[in-house]
Design a protein around this ligand. Structure first.
Ligand code: ARG
Length: 459
């Protein structure tokens, strides 16, 4: 396949240098965006009288046919083309003749690739957002069923105070709200069309850049500086940063799922459909999906570091280094979508051992603060109450029992203030239900949040 720039050359590119230089092996996935951009460009060229209306229509029809044929598998993207832009243009010219050669009037591959990448990224932002929304729906379903499922809340991975499963899931729901906000912010900031910037300095043709921007649905209109237009990959770096934060959240979540699923915790059981076995140990049922999500996080951070580093030394405007934006970004985009989807499937099918969770909270002294608060409410200074309950905990630890297993006489040996109502005051239910400050796990408060999340998901 002939390349687009043979004129000033007397020798063909060295075969292995050609392979090194090509991008068709990875940019072919942008064929639909490349064609979409070219159709808008051709329509504008025709309307402006830069090419004839007839040529413009022929080009648009030709491009439509190419897209349909690639979609349907009737046209294979040749591995021999230099890049997707060359491939589409050469097939077009093959099919419609002379008019095809006019498509590139007033355009460079530099503004073309800048556009294609933006169009592609924009779709990927929407796709990642849609996956996150499904994950939030799965979490909300768990929350609605578990406003009274008590479990230990942890600090330092030591049992701290009782919370509910709904509250714990709600924490992740909030993280994914912020992740989706970040995606929306990036989308808005990148919503300017680079087409018409040319190689770097605009063109001498009377292009209507407002028109192509609006045909391609860029709300912010055309970009303002042609040099920046062809060399800006900020939006991609921002997207990789947002994807990295999503992965950081999923990785933390995965870590908890792995711990909760362990033989020691037994808080949950991951469904057979989302577990795998061992080739040697017949008893094993491993949380591979969660582990892979945690593992792939490094790879997504890597993509961010890679592109930041690629961009840091590039003089204005376009340099070929920027072709390196694609493979790492595509890999990150694919993997993050896969991770969110598989994680959602795993969460939607996991079973919660509610009794084990509550028993773990009860036996883990998560109600010790509440026992101290009980004394405070009866007039004991907090520091004294803290020390009384500390001594009671020590007794329990020695005997391997929980605070609510102590008899009332044993309570009274440490403080005469204790009465029978201590048992109710330190039940898991009371401990949680009394936590009603905004954002706390108490049921009334949690139900308010659930209402808020439902409305949020409807919008
Ligand atoms: N494959 C190139 C890229 O991905 C397309 C732009 C080529 N432009 C150029 N002047 N060689 O960046």
């Amino acid at each position: 396949m002939a390349n687009l720039w043979g004129g000033r050359f007397t020798e063909a590119t060295d075969a292995s240098a050609y392979r090194f230089n090509q991008s068709i092996s990875f940019d072919s996935r942008m064929y639909a965006e490349d064609i979409e951009g070219s159709m808008a460009h051709a329509e504008m060229l025709g309307k402006q009288g830069i090419i004839s209306e007839e040529d413009s229509l022929q080009i648009i029809e030709g491009l439509k046919g190419i897209r349909e044929d690639i979609d349907a598998g009737r046209l294979q993207i040749s591995e021999e083309a230099e890049d997707i832009h060359s491939f589409v243009e050469s097939v077009l010219t093959e099919r419609i003749g002379a008019a095809g050669k006019k498509l590139h009037t007033g355009r460079s591959r530099n503004d073309q690739v800048a556009l294609d990448m933006k169009l592609y990224t924009r779709k990927q932002i929407r796709a990642a957002d849609a996956e996150l929304k499904k994950l939030q729906e799965a979490l909300l379903a768990i929350m609605e069923e578990n406003t009274e499922t008590y479990m230990p809340g942890f600090t330092h991975l030591q049992k701290a105070q009782p919370v509910t499963l709904a509250h714990h899931m709600g924490a992740y729901f909030e993280m994914f709200i912020r992740d989706r906000q970040r995606l929306a912010d990036i989308y808005e900031r990148m919503d300017l069309c680079p087409l018409g910037a040319g190689a770097l300095a605009g063109t001498t043709y009377g292009l209507d850049r407002e028109m192509t921007a609006s045909l391609l649905d860029f709300k912010g209109g055309p970009t303002r500086n042609s040099m920046d237009s062809v060399s800006d990959r900020d939006y991609l770096i921002e997207f990789l940063a947002a994807l990295s934060v999503i992965m950081m959240h999923l990785s933390r979540f995965s870590e908890e799922i792995i711990i909760w699923n362990s033989n020691e915790y037994r808080f949950i059981e991951i469904d057979d459909r989302y577990s795998t076995g061992s080739s040697i140990m017949p008893q094993k049922k491993n949380p591979d999906i969660a582990e892979l999500v945690r593992g792939k996080t490094g790879r997504v951070y890597g993509a961010l570091m890679s592109l930041l580093t690629t961009m840091k030394g590039i003089p204005l405007a376009y340099d070929k280094d920027m072709q390196e934006d694609k493979e790492v970004s595509f890999d990150a985009m694919d993997n993050v979508k896969d991770c969110i989807r598989e994680f959602t499937g795993m969460m939607a099918t996991v079973s919660f051992n509610k009794d084990v969770m509550e028993e773990s909270a009860r036996r883990g002294f998560t109600n010790a603060t509440d026992a101290a608060d009980y004394l405070v409410k009866k007039g004991v200074p907090f520091r004294d109450a803290h020390s009384v309950v500390g001594r009671l905990v020590l007794k329990c630890v020695d005997r391997g029992i929980a605070l609510d297993d102590l008899t009332i006489d044993e309570y009274k040996t440490e403080s005469a203030v204790f009465e029978e109502d201590i048992y109710d005051a330190i039940s898991m239910k009371t401990c949680v239900e009394k936590r009603l400050t905004k954002g706390a796990p108490g049921r009334a408060q949690m139900l308010e949040n659930i209402e808020y999340y439902k409305k949020y998901l409807e919008e």
